[in-house]
Write a protein that binds this ligand. Sequence first.
Ligand SMILES: C[S@@+](CC[C@H](N)C(=O)[O-])C[C@H]1O[C@@H](n2cnc3c(N)ncnc32)[C@H](O)[C@@H]1O
Length: 239
Amino acid sequence: MPKVLFVIGVGPGSPSYLTDAAKEAIRRSQYIVGYRYTLSTIESIIDRSRQKIFEVTMKTQEGIYTKVYDAMQDGECCTVPFTGDASFSESEVVDRLLQIFGEENVEIIPGISSIQVAAAKSRVPIDKSLVVTFHVTGDIEQKKQDLLKAVSDGKSVILLPRPWPNDPAKHFMQSDIARFLRKSDINTGGLKVWVFEHLTTDKETIFRGNVSDLEGRDFSDLSVMVIDQVERKTYLEFN
Ligand SMILES: C[S@@+](CC[C@H](N)C(=O)[O-])C[C@H]1O[C@@H](n2cnc3c(N)ncnc32)[C@H](O)[C@@H]1O
């Protein structure tokens, strides 16, 4: 029997976005390893008297994932919870977990992404949008060009910005995005935007305005931005 890993999405904050499948994976696990924010979302399901819980940070995660893997007995299960959906904007970590546990021993259980909640609240369909994450450590130049092309083509965009507190040059938050679009000859004064912070939690806020309003304005790291260029079209138009 191999060591089994459940990579689960737990929704963007509120436990009410947690699926029964994710809860079942947690209950089956002897080990739970996650970031503080994600562990707090599943706190009510964890049993600290029976399960071994490890909190990780970007700095400690490599050591803890390998330590837990080594400590596990054959047939035991570990859950690593991710905010939102584990298949969106998490691949730098998920890819490492697939390496450690072996692809065939990992089950990925989808969750509800912050992107989906932002789409629902702005009523901007995901299938009519460019969906892009800047929340990566790798290079984002191609993604910036994709953003520019989508906006120029009249598409909506649902995006995660990039917070980088220790290096302002790598920061690509709402204000930087607005400036980038303006400098690329986009009329940001006529471009509708939403910014959602702390979605599904009691700190949730919604900003609505034009992209030009974002310049010089700070938002939380925990935010999703939606550039809204949707044209509504119902099935009546296709009859
Ligand atoms: C590493 S990415 C993970 C995205 C996640 N896998 C998802 O599907 O939502 C982290 C970023 O997701 C966004 N995010 C996650 N939870 C959020 C929330 N409750 N409200 C707003 N944005 C959130 C923020 O942009 C945050 O910096």
